[in-house]
Design a protein around this ligand. Structure first.
Ligand SMILES: *[C@@H]1O[C@H](CO)[C@@H](O)[C@H](O)[C@H]1NC(C)=O
Ligand SMILES: *[C@@H]1O[C@H](CO)[C@@H](O)[C@H](O)[C@H]1NC(C)=O
Length: 353
């Protein structure tokens, strides 16, 4: 782990190929746990609209990578207002890193106008894409942002682009696309992690470069009562930041995640996990993004408390996957600064959605 630390300090280099690869033996893990319901096989592939193709070309801007998010009205007012207060500021930061090369799938024309005008990034709204993507059994998922991310992901992969999905609660510091294109070319799926040591980058459930299944089992025992989708504790990958390559394996993995959501009772992130346990190592090559580059708020905050020099190693992004997002935003900006153009942006005032 010292080596990784040193490399990270030297220049934000990602772990060498195979360092954080999911091992083959998990492929029958879901079956051996014997707790998953069977899958409905009847979802349609997500349809590729020509309007989306031109938007993807613009958003990829020659990089081959589309960085995207989704923003849908979920009906959860509490969650929406936690985001609304900071959204304008986070989007200013996204713009300062990506210009307009940041795509957000939205669910209304009104929302499209706001994202384009007020936030200045590239929105995609299409009634025909929504109708096609949420047809049949997927109709129930129209307000589920988890399902939306996979529908959007599948569209982008099918169009031949690599895709970095991010939640909207991201504090952007650097453009990660140059790092992403240099990742090992034989992996299709890169998940992010929020259970790591923020100083060293070592992941709690990785042992000798593989999943520590015993550790995960122990974790899951402690969370046994929390989920109806096998054990919620068996959730090593955070679905808030995901990078995928456009391969046949990646596309069928996303289809699998969608089918698992539709079949119930797994919610989106757990649906993804069981898809990964079923596919990684056999039909899909899976890795973890370097958590020192794709950081999560809590481990980074802990590391900064221990030693403020941690800030010398700037991550590309900080996922604010914690409560108190406004406070966390201010906290991290004390260490990492605020772009000039975002200094006056929505600070202290609530920008309404
Ligand atoms: C596309 O990328 C170039 C740099 O590679 C940048 O100058 C330009 O602003 C980008 N275009 C948009 C629309 O952001
Ligand atoms: C995290 O890593 C640092 C540096 O390697 C180490 O000193 C510290 O003890 C680790 N923390 C935990 C909780 O393992």
């Amino acid at each position: 782990m010292w080596l990784m630390h040193a490399l990270g300090l030297a220049g934000g280099v990602l772990p060498a190929s195979g360092d954080l690869r999911f091992p083959d033996y998990v492929s029958d893990f879901a079956e051996s746990e014997g707790c998953l319901p069977s899958i409905l096989e009847e979802t349609e592939p997500i349809y590729m609209s020509t309007e989306l193709e031109s938007i993807l070309k613009e958003a990829a801007n020659g990089s081959g990578i589309v960085v995207f998010s989704v923003f849908v009205k979920t009906g959860d007012r509490q969650e929406e207002s936690a985001f609304a207060a900071q959204l304008k500021h986070w989007m200013c930061r996204a713009r300062s890193v990506f210009g307009r090369d940041f795509l957000v799938f939205v669910d209304s024309e009104r929302s499209r106008q706001r994202w384009q005008g007020e936030y200045g990034i590239t929105p995609f709204f299409s009634q025909s894409w929504i109708e096609a993507s949420f047809a049949g059994p997927a109709r129930e998922e129209i307000r589920d942002s988890n399902y939306w991310r996979w529908a959007a992901m599948e569209s982008i992969l099918r169009a031949g682009y690599m895709a970095l999905y991010v939640d909207t609660d991201i504090l952007w510091l650097e453009d990660p696309r140059p790092l992403l294109v240099s990742l090992p070319g034989d992996a299709d799926f890169f998940g992010s992690c929020d259970a790591y040591n923020g100083s060293s980058g070592s992941i709690r459930w990785v042992k000798d470069g593989s999943l520590d299944i015993e550790y995960l089992r122990e974790e899951s025992r402690q969370h046994d009562d929390e989920s109806v989708c096998c054990q919620q504790g068996l959730v090593p990958v955070n679905a808030g930041v995901i990078f995928m390559r456009s391969s046949a394996g990646a596309i069928s993995a996303v289809e699998r995640f969608r089918k698992r959501i539709i079949s119930g009772p797994c919610w989106g992130q757990a649906a993804m996990h069981w898809g990964l346990y079923e596919m990684c190592g056999s039909q899909l090559s899976c890795e973890i993004l370097d958590p020192l580059v794709f950081a999560s708020a809590e481990p980074l905050r802990t590391a900064l408390r221990r030693d403020s020099r941690t800030a010398l190693r700037r991550p590309s992004l900080i996922h604010l996957d914690i409560k108190g997002k406004q406070k966390a935003t201010k906290h991290f900006e004390r260490f990492f600064g605020t772009p000039q153009e975002c200094r006056m942006d929505g600070r202290g005032s609530d920008s309404e959605l």
